[in-house]
Design a protein around this ligand. Structure first.
Ligand code: G6P
Length: 614
């Protein structure tokens, strides 16, 4: 988490830094700060608790002059969100400023060692330790800033992306990364640096993704130089971004989340483009074709992911087991990495991640690779750390997702997993061609079906008004739609702060049924499928205990319409793609309830979109 931006060039840095912070606010928004060196060589540091808007207010009537600077938007790890703990942090002399995304695990030891040398600390952060260590090394060894950064990073255990400026060397920014992302934008006489490409795109489309253990030396008027922490010079691979500024704006919607929900007909079209044709049943995933030997030989698949991506993984398990007859396990990456997992070269590990930066998922990949597994990524952000750390993969291609609650990325992930299951099944001859054809046809029709489903928006908005009173919600589903229930509940709790629990509908009788009363609404995800009769009896059980029922059903389901208090009718789709369609009303329900409760849906409290810390 945390977002960092840096700029050096001929233009005023402040505007560029602030605009960049706004773009990165999805990474954290509990405090923000900037540091710039002005024309007189003074370092001005402004930071405050709150969002980037608060920082802008704070900077009004301050000296914001300077064409070099760094900035930060924070998601607190060490120390509560307050003005002192906000970044940038400065060195003892006040000459060096540093912003950091990540966690310095051995900061306690480093801090004690520096205290013995007379250093004092104002904040509770690990970052202040790093900037003070850099200055200590610089002064003790009488070396350059870059040399001091390099030496300091050799002492550090943990994850970091940093940007450093120094008034003694005001025409330089030093950037470095290990496990946290850092992108450098190469403009015309100006250079940018950021946690992702979104703050850079309107100035240049030429970027360099820094690799782990690399240090970028960005000097005004000089070409970019990259060295490793072992002081070897590193290759500079300039890439061209495929991103447009309009993708980063709300496009007339009140929130990014609503915009992203409504984008889904297009994002799903982009996701399947080139992978399924206008006719026929072929599914072409280059990652599967190029590594057919791995998919043919695989004895087991392990899916690792976090949050919403983990829910997509649960659906992926069913899809792959059904189509490819390979046993699939789904693990939380954070549990997997510390479980001494049994992974062999005959396993395929699929890592699912929207951002491609989630620290736990990245660590799980590293373990899996060490143990010889072939690792396949399902990511959204092109060029992200996970995309680069995997052996192969499939991008979901849904464009930047900015709302913290994942919507279009989830449906994109499930769509890719559906195609992946079919592609592996076709390769292994474990699925009948007519079944492939049926699902491929459904995938082809998805954009139109989602468009139809989005017409429910007004009805769901009205419905949401009835339920803002609730303090708890239950979401129940079976089969493919048990994970949909988990995801529906997660959406609601993330953005409305209403406690919501997702459960397999039949498990309700083993616990959650005790909670049911007039105060607890239950959302049933009950489209027509093999278990339809069973879920009807689960609905009856809730109704018999006085609970209100909202049921997501297939259009024309008169049986459930008679029992449920409210129904949301979705178009008829084959069971395997139903989680994609049912997720639309669940996203809308969570969105409208949260808006009616006055919550900030795009930036819910305590959450961040890209979780680059443990
Ligand atoms: C955070 C986000 C979630 C996301 C999860 C995993 O918690 O708020 O929306 O599902 O991280 O992120 P990833 O980028 O790996 O999919």
């Amino acid at each position: 988490m945390c977002g960092i931006v840096g700029y050096i060039g001929d233009n005023p840095a402040y505007e560029i830094l602030i605009k960049g912070l706004h773009r990165l606010e999805y990474r954290g928004y509990d405090s923000a700060g900037v540091a710039m060196v002005n024309g007189k060589g003074d370092l001005n540091v402004y930071k405050t608790r709150g969002k980037v808007d608060d920082l802008e207010r704070f900077c009004q009537s301050k000296d914001i002059e300077g064409c070099v600077g760094i900035a930060h938007t924070r998601w607190a790890t060490h120390g509560e969100p307050n003005d002192v703990n906000a970044h940038p942090h400065i060195s003892r002399s006040g000459r060096i400023a540093l912003v950091h995304n990540g966690t310095i695990e051995n900061y306690g030891v480093l801090k004690e060692a520096l205290e013995l040398q007379g250093c004092t600390f104002q904040s509770e952060t690990d970052t202040e330790v790093l900037v003070k260590l850099i200055e200590y090394i610089k002064e003790t060894n009488d070396c350059s800033l870059v040399e001091a950064v390099r030496e300091a990073l050799k002492e550090v255990v943990g994850a970091y992306a940093i940007a450093v400026i120094d008034t003694e060397d005001p025409d330089t920014i030093i950037g470095a990364r290990k496990s946290s992302p850092l992108v450098i934008g190469i403009g015309n006489g100006e250079t940018f640096l950021a946690s992702d490409a979104t703050p850079i795109i309107e100035y240049t489309d030429k970027v360099v993704y820094l690799n782990d253990d690399e240090i970028a030396i960005i000097r005004r008027g000089e070409p970019l130089k990259i060295i490793t922490t072992d002081n070897e010079s590193a290759k500079i691979d300039i890439q061209t971004l495929k991103l447009s500024v309009s993708q980063l704006e709300k496009g007339g919607f009140p929130h990014f989340m609503l915009k992203e929900i409504f984008e889904q007909p297009r994002t799903i079209r982009d996701c399947v483009r080139g992978r399924i044709g206008n006719t026929g049943s072929a599914v072409t995933l280059s990652g599967v074709i190029e590594h057919a030997d791995k998919f043919l030989a695989a004895r087991r698949i392990i899916i690792v992911a976090c949050g919403t991506s983990w829910h997509a993984g649960l659906i992926g398990k069913r899809l792959i087991e059904e189509a490819a007859r390979i046993p699939v396990e789904v693990a939380y990456a954070s549990e997997f990495r510390y479980s001494n997992p049994i992974v062999t070269p005959e396993d395929i590990v699929i890592a699912i991640s929207q951002s491609g930066e989630t620290a736990d998922t990245l660590a799980a990949i590293q373990i899996a690779r060490k143990r010889g597994a072939f690792v396949y990524g399902v990511c959204n952000v092109v060029g992200s750390s996970i995309a680069r750390a995997t052996d192969s993969g499939t991008y979901i291609h849904v464009g930047p997702e900015i709302g913290v609650a994942s919507t279009k990325a989830f449906t994109g992930q499930v769509t890719v997993l559906t195609m992946l299951a079919l592609a592996i099944g076709q390769l292994r001859h474990t699925i009948r061609e007519e079944d492939v054809a049926k699902t491929v046809e459904a995938l082809r029709n998805l954009p139109e079906l989602i468009k139809k489903t989005l017409k429910l928006n007004d009805k769901i908005e009205h419905l949401s008004g009835i339920f803002t009173y609730a303090h708890n919600f239950l979401y129940l589903g079976r089969g493919y739609n048990f994970p949909s229930a988990l995801e529906g509940a997660l959406k609601l709790k993330e953005i409305s702060y209403i406690h919501a629990e997702g459960y397999p509908a039949a498990e309700m009788k083993h616990g959650p049924i005790a909670l049911i009363d007039r105060e607890l609404p239950t959302v049933f995800i009950a489209p027509n499928d093999d278990l339809h009769e069973k879920i009807i009896s689960n609905i009856q059980q809730v109704k018999a205990r006085g609970g209100a029922v909202i049921a997501v059903v297939t259009k024309g389901d008169t049986t459930i319409a008679e029992i449920a208090d409210h129904i949301i009718e979705i178009p008829e789709v084959p069971e395997a793609v139903s989680p994609i369609i049912v997720s639309i009303p669940l996203q809308l329900l969570a969105y409208h309830i949260a808006v009616k409760k006055g919550c900030n849906v795009d930036m819910p409290r305590n959450l961040a979109k890209s979780v680059t810390v443990e």
